[in-house]
Write a protein that binds this ligand. Structure first.
Ligand SMILES: [Zn+2]
Length: 120
C-alpha cells in the first residue's frame, strides 16, 4: 500500500474503491435479478464493511505513519535508531476491518531496543 498520499490522492483512491463496490453490486444484482430488498441490502452491507475497512486504511495509513527523515533517538542509549520496516496489524472495527501500519525502528547500538511507533 502506498504511503503518505496527499489528501486528493486519498480521496481519489477512495472514490475508485466506492465505484468498484457499486459496479460489483450492479453485477451482483444482474445475476440475482429476483433478489428481495433484504437480500440486496444484505449484499450491500457485506460490501460496505469491506469498503469501510479500506476507507479507514486510506484515511489513516495515507497520512503520517511514523516514518521520519531524521531517525528517532534511542531512549536507552541516545544513539540514532534505524528504520527497519513498516509493521501492519489488523484492527477489527465496528464498521470494518482495517490493516493499520506504523514505522518500526530498531536501535543498532543496544540489544534489540525498539520503538514502535516512535514518539517524542
Ligand atoms: Zn539504543
Amino acid at each position: 500500500m502506498p504511503r503518505l498520499q496527499s489528501r486528493s490522492r486519498r480521496e481519489a483512491a477512495f472514490l475508485e474503491l466506492a465505484k468498484r463496490m457499486y459496479c460489483e453490486l450492479e453485477a451482483w444484482y444482474d445475476d440475482h435479478s429476483q433478489a428481495s430488498f433484504g437480500e440486496i441490502e444484505s449484499e450491500a452491507r457485506r460490501r460496505r464493511r469491506d469498503l469501510m475497512g479500506e476507507l479507514l486504511a486510506l484515511l489513516i495509513n495515507g497520512r503520517d505513519v511514523g516514518y521520519q527523515l531524521q531517525p528517532p533517538t534511542c531512549q536507552e542509549c541516545g544513539q540514532a535508531m534505524e528504520f527497519e520496516k513498516y509493521r501492519a496489524w489488523l484492527v477489527k472495527g465496528l464498521e470494518g476491518d482495517t490493516e493499520l501500519q506504523r514505522a518500526y525502528y530498531v536501535c543498532p547500538h543496544c540489544e534489540g531496543q525498539t520503538l514502535f511507533p516512535p514518539r517524542p
